[in-house]
Design a protein around this ligand. Structure first.
Ligand code: NAD
Length: 378
């Protein structure tokens, strides 16, 4: 007889019911291993979402804990970025969950993030960071190809996150315009890219150089000193010697950014043709992602032509085999396995902190505005 183990579902509360929350809610509600026990948000969006999808609503963690609802096993923290540490601290201290999944950025101040890591350890709470791209099938396939040596040794990377955010993106939530609140394309978008590049290169950025792009968007709503950047040009040096460049802009119509290149967030439609946002260069080939194209020299062709391997040989184009899977859905299932089966977080608090430190360094460089390198200590 087939042996079956029946578990009760991992109960998860969402803290913050704004823009990204419905996506987490969708995959919690349809999950075979997790359930959505409540939405916590002191402001109207969370209450509206809870009413819409029919789950219990609370205005604070404390009010959930003093209700009849069972204390959740886990929380997903999707509040404005600069509140991640404060809200996570509150949740860990009072809710005593087994794990929390903190949306990216893990924190907006690495010192506060380090204290949160200590607190979580002392309370035996696992931390996962919501860099969901690690679950994207194209990134899974890229990791495998790199691990199999298809690129040889990685020497360099280049990437872009270029898209146009509508003006209401900024006017609808004030924190998005404030650097100190974790707004802007470095904290909001590039942080994902840097995590992907850490994941793919197997190394961390140790030094950056960065300058701001000229601002074209009108925004008089805040103090210029704290106003978020519109874009930047960034040079990267990784601890393992890989070098890279990256362009960021959120005021240019373009498919050359993760969301348009993948369509993995239903809010942002995919480009009509496959495009790349990362190029990874190695001694044996080049890989573009997330379109999954591998460029190499075919050894048989090299020998048939009787040539030395190099640019005289026609370069070969192969598509990587990419599996299925919806990153936000996979991330929720992974959260359950971290709790139930002790699986290690695919994106740990240390990974999240490493990406934060790169963003902090980029902001420092943008504020200096003189191209001076900034070192990152991890
Ligand atoms: N993984 C991704 O691709 C992705 C995409 C979008 C946003 N995010 C991240 O998710 C977080 C939220 O972003 P958003 O765009 O949904 O923001 P948002 O402003 O749309 O929503 C934030 C919600 O948090 C609520 N809130 C504020 N203070 C709170 C508190 N103390 N306790 C509970 N709730 C509180 C607000 O009322 C609001 O409903 C950000 O850190 C952002 O970087 C991640």
């Amino acid at each position: 007889m087939e042996h079956q183990t029946h578990y009760t579902k991992v109960s998860v509360a969402l803290v913050g019911g704004g823009t990204i929350a419905p996506l987490h809610a969708e995959y919690l509600l349809s999950s075979p291993t997790c359930s959505l026990s409540a939405i916590i948000d002191p402001f109207p969006p969370g209450k509206d979402l809870a009413t819409k999808i029919g789950v219990p609503y609370f205005d604070s963690v404390q009010s959930l804990l003093s209700s009849e609802i069972q204390s959740p096993d886990a929380y997903i923290i999707c509040v404005p970025s600069s509140l991640h540490v404060q809200v996570s601290t509150d949740v860990i201290t009072h809710g005593r969950p087994k794990a929390i999944l903190i949306e990216k950025p893990f924190c907006t101040d690495s010192n506060a993030g380090e204290q949160l890591i200590e607190l979580a350890k002392s309370k035996s709470c696992r931390i996962l960071v919501g860099h969901h791209r690690r679950f994207h099938p194209s990134i899974v396939a890229a990791r495998e190809a790199i691990g199999d040596g298809k690129l040889g040794k990685i020497t360099a990377i280049t990437g872009t996150w270029i898209a146009k955010k509508p003006d209401t993106y900024y006017s609808s939530a004030q924190w998005r315009s404030l650097r100190s609140a974790g707004g802007g394309p470095i904290w909001t978008n590039f942080i994902h890219d840097i995590d992907v590049l850490h994941y793919l290169t197997g190394s961390r950025v140790k030094r950056i150089w960065a300058v701001s792009a000229v601002r074209h968007r009108e925004n008089n709503s805040t103090l210029p000193a704290d106003l978020v950047e519109e874009g930047a040009s960034i040079m990267l040096q990784f601890a393992n010697g890989v070098v890279g460049t990256f362009i960021v802009s959120d005021y240019v119509p373009s498919p050359f950014g993760w969301e348009a290149a993948t369509g993995d967030n239903p809010l942002y439609p995919p480009a009509p043709v496959a495009v790349d946002s990362y190029r990874i260069f190695g001694t044996q080939g080049t890989l573009t992602e997330p379109d999954g194209v591998l460029w190499t020299y075919d050894a048989a062709e090299v020998s048939r032509l009787g040539l030395e391997e190099g640019w005289n040989v026609p370069i070969r184009r192969d598509a990587l085999h990419v599996g299925d899977g919806i990153p936000f859905q996979q991330q929720v299932e992974h959260l359950a396995r971290v709790i139930r089966q002790g699986e290690n977080p695919r994106c740990s608090e240390e990974d999240g902190l490493a990406a934060v430190k790169v963003c902090e360094a980029v902001i420092t460089a943008l504020e200096a505005g003189d191209g001076t390198p900034v070192d990152i200590h991890f």
